[in-house]
Design a protein around this ligand. Structure first.
Ligand code: PMV
Length: 325
């Protein structure tokens, strides 16, 4: 018989200082720290109950099989081992990230799964322990445990106990916007895991690791001072540096499409006109623009006009993981 169900919700986050490369791939320990913004309205809800006849995974309403379900069930297995539970589980995830938007929701998925599965297994984990657990599902999920501006520490320990995230500013502490321009909805050709493996072949990779602490310090200071220009400049620098690594990797890696480049130039042109927006790009062709709430409408309208931009969303700072029926 199925035991009590537990449901949890978490939001996606976008890194301002990127995580790109691992010091331990089994534990998802990052080569460098990273800093992100959790977004409002783009999230995943996970439900888990133990006591099923066999492990079952349902993703967005459909019984799932294949790599996505395997990854979820491997995560459930890991929690089961930690909680010393034998029972089979029924796990369900539902994403509110619009389908076909091409925004990876794995950070929100593993943050909500960490909370729902651990609670259903009888564990009562505080936020730092949840962050550590979520990290093992997907590195960036460590940050989605918290809302607002968040730092995920690289940590020094081999067991990863100190590689957890912590909040820098709560979502209500500083109102900013992230405008997301969707330039392609095709499933990404190169996963972030494969991208990070290729990055390690790039002669630019040592420079990435060497300069990370400086970028983090700059972003931390700018966030504490609520200095949007300074946060924007370091975020844009971190993203472009991350993508530069890929160009020099073997085999090479370029996530951008033509429309990605057009969005960058449009945002830079708007900046010349006094608009306060800065670009960041993850392991895909979408362009995200960190901006002042007063400029979000103008940026969204300008990007919407570009050929190849399929849709534009605007998000504010979102909250951390929530557990509840
Ligand atoms: O958490 P992963 O393994 O999907 O990696 C995320 C990598 C980036 O999104 C490109 C950067 C980041 O810090 O989120």
């Amino acid at each position: 018989m199925l035991g009590a169900e537990t449901t949890a919700r978490a939001n996606v986050n976008v890194a301002l200082v990127k995580y790109w490369g691992k010091r331990d791939s089994a534990l998802n320990l990052p080569a460098t720290g990273s800093i992100s913004l959790t977004l409002d309205g783009l999230g995943v809800e996970a439900t888990c109950a133990f006591g099923a006849e066999s492990d079952r995974c349902i993703i967005d309403g459909d019984a799932a099989a294949g790599p996505d379900a395997d990854r979820v069930l491997r995560f459930v297995d890991m929690v089961r081992t930690e909680a010393r539970v034998d029972a089979r589980a029924r796990v369900e995830t539902r994403s509110s990230v619009p389908k076909g938007v091409g925004l990876a929701s794995s950070a929100a998925a593993f943050a909500s799964l960490a909370a729902a599965v651990s609670r259903a297994a009888g564990m009562r984990l505080e936020a730092p322990a949840l962050s550590e657990l979520a990290r093992r599902g997907s590195g960036s999920a460590a940050r989605s445990i918290f809302g607002g501006f968040v730092e995920w520490h690289r940590g020094e320990r081999a067991d990863g106990r100190d590689s957890i995230a912590e909040p820098l500013l709560a979502p209500g502490d500083w109102d900013v916007r992230m405008v997301v321009a969707v330039t392609s909805t095709a499933r990404k050709a190169v996963s972030s895991g494969e991208g990070m493996r290729r990055a390690a072949t790039s002669p630019l990779y040592p420079a990435w690791v060497e300069t990370a602490e400086r970028d983090l310090a700059e972003a931390r200071r700018a966030i504490a001072a609520r200095d949007l220009d300074a946060v924007g400049l370091v975020a844009e620098h971190s993203a472009l540096k991350m993508h530069a690594i890929g160009l020099a990797a073997r085999p090479p890696l370029l996530y951008w499409r033509g429309a990605t480049v057009d969005c960058i130039h449009r945002v830079w042109a708007l900046r010349e006109e006094g608009v306060r927006g800065w670009v960041t790009i993850d392991a895909g062709p979408q362009v995200k623009v960190l901006c002042d709430p007063g400029d979000a409408g103008r940026i969204a309208a300008a990007l919407r006009e570009l050929p190849g931009v399929e849709r534009v969303l605007t998000c504010g700072p979102g909250g951390g993981v929530e557990v509840g029926a």
